[in-house]
Design a protein around this ligand. Structure first.
Ligand code: ADP
Ligand code: MG
Length: 381
């Protein structure tokens, strides 16, 4: 990838620039907890964006995307974002940096990536954080990593029409090889935990389906969580978010809220605890417990929170049947990937079975992505 980029850079702009990279992410556990003020537990992966940049002494950004095979130019004083969607991410990062008092001088860039697009691994966060980090470094702005993550998030909000939380950009900016990061979505406190599953592999199985329900169901789930939190708050005024509540406090209001809201809340409160339990298990190097908790999350997402679907339940059942250590749907649900923690010796049989049995049942093949927890945004020497 690096050679292709530097050859293109030389041809287009002459000379050479500085290389920067960032990464996509997985979330091991902690799903639908972010908007409930709970924990998420992401890590950066060994798939990302690589970019070569050099200041060009103008007030223009000239950038070429290898993967899209397209060149875009925009002025730094222009208000209007480019029409090409990939370039809007870079435009947005420039504008958001300037908004925060950062300097952005004109630059040339060529970039490429290997995060599958739209598969739930956040290729967009990889792109934003690569450029946010690079622009910060080239201009000597001294913006800290948290603010770089917020620049990426604000780019999605203001230039790409995606009202996302902070997790993806956070993971991409803070990711470290061999570590997952527990982020408290209420206080934004975070802590690294070791993730070196020797003898195991992490593999995603992408169902390649996206059921339409996703956005309406998402709003309904949020509403259920708010209802449950409001009911609990009457007895326990300190409960700001559902994640602040104890299981017992939910039990107290069981008869006051619809059954559906109760089940949603039961999942969330359980999930917040599972993140803590996974962290404890990782500190002991106990990956079997980690895996069991992943299955519990899948059960909750499927039966209590009801955001799974036939394809994902099928993959999860197959994993269980084959004694895969851990497996669950990753992301918002209604499609996308399962994330699986698999013993080395079981990896090939599991992948083979997932591909053949899924294809037979659903008429199309799933995609397989191996991931290793790796570094996030950085400058390459
Ligand atoms: P994801 O879940 O992967 O983040 P998004 O729809 O949020 O999916 O972001 C995908 C978009 O990010 C692509 O449509 C493209 O505009 C941009 N993007 C990501 N990776 C690349 C890349 N390697 N080259 C060009 N654009 C990219
Ligand atoms: Mg995205």
């Amino acid at each position: 990838m690096k050679t292709v980029i530097s050859e293109k850079f030389k041809t287009l702009f002459g000379g050479e620039g500085q290389f920067y990279a960032s990464a996509g992410r997985i979330n091991l556990i902690g799903e639908h907890t972010d908007y409930n003020g709970g924990y998420v537990f992401p890590g950066a992966i060994d798939k990302g964006i690589l970019a070569e940049l050099a200041l060009n002494g103008s007030d223009k950004v000239c950038v070429f995307s290898i993967d899209i095979d397209e060149y875009v130019e925009f002025g730094l004083n222009e208000e209007n974002a480019p029409s090409q969607s990939w370039a809007r991410y870079i435009f947005g990062v420039c504008r958001e940096t300037i908004k925060r008092g950062g300097k952005v001088a004109g630059f040339n860039a060529v970039f490429a990536g290997d995060v599958p697009l739209g598969a739930g691994l956040s290729s967009s966060a990889a792109l934003e954080s690569t450029f946010a980090f690079a622009i910060n470094d080239l201009n000597g702005n001294g913006i800290d990593r948290f603010e770089l993550a917020k620049i990426g998030q604000a780019t999605e909000h203001n230039y790409c029409g995606v009202k996302c939380g902070i997790m993806d950009q956070f993971a991409s900016c803070f990711g470290k090889k061999g570590s997952l990061i527990r982020l408290n979505c209420k206080t934004l406190e975070y802590k690294y935990f070791p993730f070196n599953p020797e003898g195991y592999r992490l593999v995603l199985v992408d169902s390649c389906v996206k059921h339409e329900l996703a956005s309406s169901a998402y709003n309904k789930r949020r509403q259920s969580c708010e209802n449950a939190a409001a009911a609990i708050r009457k007895n326990h005024p300190d409960v700001e978010f559902l994640s602040d509540a104890k299981r017992l406090w939910l039990e107290e209001v069981r008869s006051e809220i619809p059954q559906e809201d109760f089940l949603r809340a039961e999942y969330v409160i359980g999930e917040v605890q599972r993140v803590l339990d996974v962290c404890d298990a990782l500190e002991r190097g106990d990956y079997e417990t980690v895996g069991e908790l992943m299955y519990q999350t899948h059960f909750g997402l499927s039966r209590l929170y009801e955001v799974s679907c036939e394809e994902l339940d099928f993959l999860n059942r197959l994993a269980r049947k084959m004694d895969v250590t851990g497996s669950r749907v990753m992301g918002g649900g209604f499609g996308g990937c399962t994330i699986n923690l698999v013993k080395d010796e079981l990896y090939q049989p599991f992948v083979d079975a997932a591909v053949s049995q899924f294809t037979e049942k659903f008429g199309h093949a799933p995609k397989i992505y191996d991931v290793v927890i790796s570094d996030g945004a950085r400058k390459l020497q």
